[in-house]
Design a protein around this ligand. Structure first.
Ligand SMILES: [Fe+2]
Length: 278
């Protein structure tokens, strides 16, 4: 299949499943200085440039990943590509994007939405952290990477390849930031993590102190990823979901060819210990 034209979008919100969605909402409201409110059966926590929703479900599950686009022409192009590829659309599962949002399931069944963001009031906050990327694990990362590139229209920034050249990780972008979506090869398809971009390295230090004040331990990092070159620090929410805060994520010009990296610890963390998913 020919490469689709680039799709311009940015990650807008995620909905996570949890046996105790209200508990997760309280955690995110505290850690991110967000304001939470209940909409139907869903808890929605908003802050500047970030929005997370929580609903009843299995723990550590990604129920919805929603991307915002700037105009309807982007949606028209996406709709045409989905139809051409025979991908069925599903009713939009979110009220945080306009009703004409386009929703579908990727080859692993993840529910993905693209649409125009509804205006929503967000509280003022001094805690930086822009919702920036979401990552899933897949039992067939190559198929997922091809779907997001060829059908949805994301561009490939970097691939991590095994010695036999099979795809272990693929990083894809929806604007000039290195990745807003990525997929790891894993034994079973699953949610992996999501990330908030910070203005600089000092903000990562401040987040470490913020977590320490709440007795939330750092689980991985600080370090620097190879692909994307971003500084990072990982921690867990009460359900065990991985959260990442990041800074200095690479900006990728349109004409930069996709890169390749070897599947090794150094690729995942240039500074030391990696976290290999397979
Ligand atoms: Fe990440």
């Amino acid at each position: 299949m020919n490469a689709a034209p680039p799709l311009r979008a940015r990650l807008h919100h995620l909905q996570l499943g949890s046996p105790e969605p209200q508990r997760l909402a309280r955690f995110y409201a505290d850690v991110f200085d967000g304001a939470c409110r209940q909409i139907g059966e869903t808890w929605v926590c908003r802050g500047p440039a970030r929005c997370l929703a929580f609903a009843a479900g299995e723990p550590k599950t990604l129920q919805v990943a929603a991307y915002a686009v700037d105009d309807a022409a982007v949606l028209d192009g996406l709709a045409a590509r989905l139809e051409q590829a025979g991908v069925a659309r599903v009713p939009s599962p979110t009220r945080l994007l306009a009703p004409d949002a386009i929703a579908f399931r990727d080859p692993d069944g993840n529910q993905i939405v693209f649409g125009i963001a509804n205006a929503g009031s967000t509280p003022s906050s001094v805690v930086p952290g822009r919702l920036q990327h979401v990552v899933v694990g897949s039992a067939d990362a190559a198929r997922m990477a091809d779907f997001y590139n060829s059908v949805v229209g994301l561009r490939v920034s970097d691939r991590v390849l095994d010695t036999d050249q099979t795809i272990k990780t693929c990083f894809l972008r929806t604007d000039d930031e290195h990745h807003s979506f990525a997929v790891f090869q894993t034994a079973q398809s699953r949610f992996d993590h999501h990330c908030y971009e910070l203005p600089d390295w000092n903000a990562i230090r401040d987040w470490g102190d913020r977590l320490a004040a709440r007795r939330i331990g750092v689980k991985w990092g600080p370090g620097r990823h190879g692909p994307g070159n971003n500084l990072f620090l990982f921690f867990h929410d009460p359900d065990g979901n991985w959260l990442e805060v990041s800074a200095e994520l690479e900006r990728v010009p349109d004409d930069r060819p996709a890169g390749t990296w070897p599947h090794e610890e150094h690729t995942l963390n240039l500074w030391g210990q990696g976290l290999l998913r397979s």
